[in-house]
Ligand binder design. Structure first.
Ligand code: GTP
Ligand code: ZN
Length: 365
């Protein structure tokens, strides 16, 4: 059996350091690497330490963010920019974060560095996303990545391990605890928790009743939404969809809701709140994500497929309006025999959000 610890642990540890605003190194197969500092946290002693070792460095942003910054990006997923001499820590944060535009109007133009699309570059921004940070970095090339990192105490993640992290982490999921938790409308419910072998992001299956493993199970993949699920936010339909799914599954006699730790379509709560702040300025949910430098939807549904298989389910009747969820489960080996509509009437605060889902992300509403 593969030991996923070898692949996952360095990636998760490096992501943790990035979240502390510490430099890390992403290393390519040739031993060369990129030292990285997240732009949104590039300040203070960590910035000084980075510059002392790596110089002023250059900037890395996604193609989406480059577009907003009016830098031609030739369709590249990652774009390197020269770091203008005037850019200090507050300017660096503002380059990454469009919610700071009013306080710190961008002072372009920026100059692209023509650089081929490499695994190391893509891994660098993937690691920032995995750390639930904005995908924009101060970076510098390092010839002997392992030696420099060891000398400076910087953690190293291999580019290929970073690029495979979603699938490795999904494969490494194991059931770690299960307990009966009676829910309103579904009293015979068991919560089954999953954790990757070497630790990391945890997901929960909500198994209602005792659904058969021999016929398609009524199932819902629910991505975590702190604001909607917990606070009852009216900006989205998540709270209604979560409680509605549990109720409907209870009434149908059994099934499963997967509660997936994919807050904000995979960008994390802080970045989702930044997206909401852009929505306050008039951008819709799609444009807010791309202005921040993200894809419209950053979720990978491999963990969901792995959880279903671990629970003994291979075919589902999926409660969703999102065709991508149906396609993704199919790609990861779960057959969707039926899509079950799962929509609720809009309210004045989420009517625009639901309309955008229909018109721009293909939701069948
Ligand atoms: N980035 C971002 N995430 C959002 C926004 N509004 C809601 N979300 C997140 O979107 C996800 C909603 O997930 P789901 O309801 O499972 O997915 P869906 O794609 O709408 O598909 P179905 O509900 O199954 O039709 C949750 O993780 C929310 O936190 C937003 O404006 N921006
Ligand atoms: Zn929501």
């Amino acid at each position: 059996m593969l030991d996923f610890r070898d692949n996952l642990t360095p990636v998760n540890r490096a992501a943790d350091d990035l979240r502390r605003g510490l430099p890390v190194v992403v290393a390519g197969a040739d031993g060369k690497g990129l030292a990285l500092l997240p732009l949104e946290l590039a300040n203070g002693p960590a910035l000084d330490a980075f510059e002392a070792v790596a110089g002023t460095g250059f900037l890395m942003v996604t193609g989406q963010r480059a577009e907003v910054l009016k830098v031609g990006h030739k369709g590249w997923p990652v774009v390197r920019l020269k770091r203008p001499g005037w850019m200090e820590s507050a300017d660096l944060a503002a380059l990454a974060d469009p919610t700071l535009d009013l306080a710190s109007p961008l002072k372009g133009p920026f100059t692209r560095i023509d650089h081929p699309d490499t695994d190391t570059d893509r891994a660098a921004l993937k690691l920032l996303k995995w750390a639930r940070l904005l995908p924009a970095a101060l970076a510098a090339e390092i010839d002997d990545a392992a030696t420099v990192a060891a000398r400076e105490g910087w953690l190293v993640a291999n580019a290929d391990a970073v690029l495979a992290v979603d699938l490795s982490q999904a494969s490494a999921l194991r059931i770690v605890a299960r307990a009966l938790v009676p829910l309103a409308g579904a009293e015979k419910t068991e919560l089954v928790s999953f954790r990757p072998l070497s630790g990391g992001i945890e997901h929960i299956a909500i198994v209602v009743g005792d659904p058969s493993r021999h016929s398609p199970v009524l199932a819902r993949l629910h991505s975590e939404c702190f604001t909607g699920d917990l606070l009852g936010s009216l900006k989205c339909d998540c709270g209604e969809q979560l409680r509605g799914a549990i109720k409907a599954i209870g009434e149908a006699g059994g099934g499963v809701v997967l509660y997936l730790a994919q807050e904000g379509r995979g960008i994390g709560l802080i970045s989702k709140l930044k997206a909401y702040s852009l929505q306050d300025q008039g951008y819709d949910t799609v444009d807010a994500n791309t202005r921040l430098g993200f894809d419209v939807d950053e979720r990978v549904f491999a963990p969901a497929a792995k959880m279903l298989k671990s629970l003994g389910f291979s075919t589902v009747r999926l409660m969703t309006n999102n065709p991508e969820k149906v396609a993704a489960l199919g790609r990861f080996g779960i057959e969707v025999t039926e899509r079950v509509q799962h929509a609720f009437p809009p309210n004045p605060h989420n009517v625009g959000y639901l309309a955008t889902k229909k018109s721009r992300t293909g939701h069948m509403l």
